[in-house]
Design a protein around this ligand. Sequence first.
Ligand code: C2E
Ligand code: CA
Ligand code: CA
Ligand code: CA
Length: 278
Amino acid sequence: VKEQGKNNFEFYTPEMNEAISKKMKLEIGLRKAIENHELALVYQPQIDLETGKLFGLEALVRWDHHEWGMIPPDEFIALAEETGLILLIGEWVLYSACAQNKALQKEGYPPIRMAVNISSRQFQQPNFAGMVRKVLEDTGLDPMYLELELTESIIQDSQYAISTMHTFKKMGIHLSIDDFGTGYSSLSYLKILPIDTLKIDRSFTRNIFIDPKDASLVSTIITMAHNLGLKVIAEGVETTEQLHFLKQQKCNGAQGYYISKPIPAKEITEAWGRFSCF
Ligand code: C2E
Ligand code: CA
Ligand code: CA
Ligand code: CA
């Protein structure tokens, strides 16, 4: 095998071959993941820092392969984007998250917002807004209870992306900027885009008490956002000290392991007991 390999693939090292075949296996597995019902969503609670109540959930995808076990999104989302599979996966995620939120409302829980991660490949699709509209119709979820989490790369993309954002705004869907502050993009887009919320990236939250510069960045982002009429959610809150600092700085919402790890659907109803007086 080695001999043959040498002749046929002289530009590839064994390590490269291994990496390529691992990627191919992963891609084949991912293609079957939806039909095999291997994808699932978990939901991370978001709390209002003023009231302490649950106000939203972020849907996060999980892939539980029948042989390989749990594969974290960091290991397959990039591949899904590269291969275009993110279009199918993303639609499945959106539908499932909206249906889950509607089911909670039908059970009589107070309505909350469901945040869904959108990759730029999805956003570039000609009929992305139409797909979202159809999912809302099919699930019966009021658009005001859906939030799309966009990255700064989407915004920079094109005039088309900007007009799609306005379409969503008109529909009443909330828009947030995920991982805010990590994208090297100019801030001027904040002036023109119909954004509701900035999500402060975990890398800033983590260092609030480690590097005073991160604390300054966090409080400056909050002040700037408020001056622009935007809300702020801090991601990756892991300690009570971080939570208190954010509260003091008038950050609107928080999300992180200190509050709750992402949880399966069946545990959501318990979250109300923990975070609100429902
Ligand atoms: P993200 O959107 O920034 O999601 C937050 C990630 O941080 C999640 O990891 C979450 O479990 C984790 N996290 C939350 N709180 C804490 C904390 O206090 N400490 C630490 N150390 N981590 C925390 P996860 O679920 O592994 O997702 C990773 C990334 O994968 C997401 O980052 C998002 O970019 C992507 N992703 C996940 N689900 C989807 C999806 O349905 N569609 C798309 N396009 N991307 C997704
Ligand atoms: Ca996110
Ligand atoms: Ca994020
Ligand atoms: Ca992230």
